[in-house]
Write a protein that binds this ligand. Structure first.
Ligand SMILES: Cc1cc2nc3c(=O)[nH]c(=O)nc-3n(C[C@H](O)[C@H](O)[C@H](O)COP(=O)(O)OP(=O)(O)OC[C@H]3O[C@@H](n4cnc5c(N)ncnc54)[C@H](O)[C@@H]3O)c2cc1C
Length: 314
């Protein structure tokens, strides 16, 4: 009798399904996620796959669907808090899909490319419109999924189309429909689509002026302390109805520098929670709850985390 090859849960989880398949990328087991996210915390990804092309992605999607294996899509890990207990099933890293091509005045970028590579490619081609994304940590796929925003713009402002792999397994090109996007909201958060590529229609720019703008933004990020300690940038979303930024609400509770174990509210910005020293994800998560409680008690406002908890949480 043929062996039962269905996914059989925590007792026997095997990378064999991928080893014995057309998958041609890299297969790792028990991969420490602290090496793949900007908080530098968290447990292991049970199976960590780095596809080399779209065929690999199609194979992984198919096997996971047939076996009932949970699948998490990893970009640059700049907006996630991975549980200390790790991520069950497959973590699919998009890092191998990182081509950026010019077509006319458009740049077409694969989802795993770092956003900053897209920005510097645009500079090299003197194509203007992406400068505001300078030094944004993470991949293009993550930026589209989160509808990343900074310096007055969001990525949906410059996107022309995105190509996705749908839950049904079809590759589809979606033109931008602005009504599907909002603050920190993209259509992919509801659809479950896997983002493959994005295209940006840009205008010819003056390279010196573009460079100047990018340097101004990079310097501003450095001055705001973005790169001083491991973090995921802003931990909480801003909410216009609160009348002030989340960082100010946190600051007014006297929480700057407040710590739980190795996790702290940074001394320099109320909305940047950091891994100060060997923090666990649990400590960062507890700190998030404490900040929410204190802000609720003092102002009545409910802060919504922007950072996503991934993996096995209670
Ligand atoms: C120092 C610092 C500063 C930051 N500043 C800003 C800022 O100014 N503005 C801002 O908006 N954010 C900021 N962030 C947060 C972060 O940079 C963005 O949210 C970024 O867009 C996340 O991209 P990522 O590739 O790292 O996504 P990840 O953290 O890897 O993933 C985030 C989500 O996107 C999903 N995802 C990733 N790739 C794909 C894909 N190809 N298909 C489908 N789903 C996918 C993941 O499954 C996950 O649910 C900052 C973070 C840091 C560390």
């Amino acid at each position: 009798m043929a062996p039962d090859r269905r996914y059989d849960g925590p007792v026997k989880r095997s990378a064999d399904y991928f080893i014995n398949s057309p998958f041609s990328g890299k297969i790792l087991q028990s991969e420490p996620m602290k090496n793949h996210c900007t908080f530098r915390t968290g447990g292991n990804a049970e199976i960590f796959l780095i596809p080399s092309d779209i065929h690999d992605i199609l194979t992984v999607k198919k096997i996971c669907r047939e076996r009932g294996i949970p699948l998490f899509i990893l970009g640059g890990g700049a907006n996630i808090l991975v549980s200390d207990r790790g991520i069950p099933g497959v973590t699919l890293s998009m890092e191998g899909l990182n081509r950026i091509d010019r077509k006319g005045n458009s740049l077409i970028c694969e989802a795993g490319a770092p956003v900053n590579d897209l920005v510097t490619t645009a500079l090299g081609e003197s194509l203007s419109g992406l400068e505001f994304l300078s030094r944004l940590p993470g991949s293009l796929g993550g930026a589209l999924f989160m509808n990343a925003r900074c310096y007055g713009y969001e990525i949906a402002d410059v996107l022309d189309w995105a190509e996705v792999l749908t839950v049904e397994g079809d590759v589809v090109r979606l033109p931008l429909n602005k009504s599907d996007w909002a603050y920190k909201k993209s259509p992919f958060q509801d659809s479950g689509d896997l983002i493959l590529r994005g295209s940006f229609f840009l205008k010819e720019g003056n390279r010196d002026r573009m460079k100047e703008e990018m340097s101004r933004i990079a310097l501003n990020r450095i001055e705001k302390g973005h790169f001083k300690a491991p973090s995921a940038g802003s931990t909480f979303k801003n909410n216009r109805a609160h009348g002030k930024p989340a960082g100010q609400l946190i600051d007014e509770c006297g929480l700057k520098g407040y710590s739980v174990g190795g996790a702290s509210v940074s001394d320099w910005h109320g909305n940047i929670l950091i891994n100060r020293e060997n923090a666990t994800s649990r400590e960062i998560s507890d700190l998030i709850y404490i900040v929410q409680d204190r802000v609720r008690e003092k102002s009545g406002f409910e802060l919504e985390p922007e950072v996503l908890r991934i993996g096995l949480w209670d």
